[in-house]
Write a protein that binds this ligand. Structure first.
Ligand SMILES: Cc1cc2nc3c(=O)[nH]c(=O)nc-3n(C[C@H](O)[C@H](O)[C@H](O)COP(=O)(O)O)c2cc1C
Length: 169
């Protein structure tokens, strides 16, 4: 049975996810992309992964730098999400223009301001996977930010959700 690309997209769109900004710094230039394929992999050691389309500018920069940052987006950050997804007129090399960010403590990768939480990851392995690359990262430092509502992605849209008032942590 063959799987049509359109059906595949629509089916996977029924899997609700959060949204993160994956970032890096290479040759003094910051790179960033919007990602919803981010997931945790292992607790000991702490490992995470995400998948990037092959030949993307951010993906190439991460492989050159050997590190990436993850900034978990809040509901208020739809503009950041769209900008880092290339959905606004901003040029790829200007994606960080006017945006606030800090550098992570160990690896110095960008952490975007006003996010829910941040991770910094040393790139430990990559695998080609069809038209994408899987990038496995070992987490070196983490930080929890504001207690705000998360940005969600479902069915090609950004539905709103209120965090539970008695959430853990
Ligand atoms: C909600 C959302 C999630 C996305 N998730 C991914 C993803 O997991 N992997 C990917 O390669 N692109 C993903 N994209 C598309 C990239 O953000 C977009 O192609 C971006 O321009 C890639 O940056 P680059 O040009 O530096 O590669 C997503 C876009 C949106 C709106």
């Amino acid at each position: 049975m063959s799987v049509e690309a359109q059906d595949f997209r629509r089916t996977l769109g029924r899997f609700a996810t959060g949204v993160v900004a994956v970032t890096t710094l290479w040759e003094d230039h910051p790179y960033g992309m919007t990602v919803n394929s981010f997931t945790s992999v292992s607790l000991a050691p702490p490992l995470v992964l995400f998948c990037s389309h092959t030949n993307g500018a951010t993906c190439k920069a991460i492989q050159a730098a050997g590190a990436y940052g993850v900034s978990i987006m809040a509901q208020e950050q739809m503009d950041l999400c769209k900008r880092f997804a290339g959905m606004t007129p901003v040029q790829e090399m200007d994606r960080f223009l006017g945006l606030e960010y800090t550098r992570s403590p160990v690896l110095g990768v960008p952490w975007m301001a006003d996010c829910l939480a941040w991770l910094e990851c040393r790139l430990v392995n990559t695998w080609p996977a069809g038209d994408h690359v899987v990038l496995l990262g070992q987490v070196e430092q983490i930080r929890v930010g504001a207690n705000a509502d998360p940005l969600l992605f479902f069915n090609g849209q950004w539905p709103t959700i209120q965090r539970p008032s008695d959430g853990v942590g």
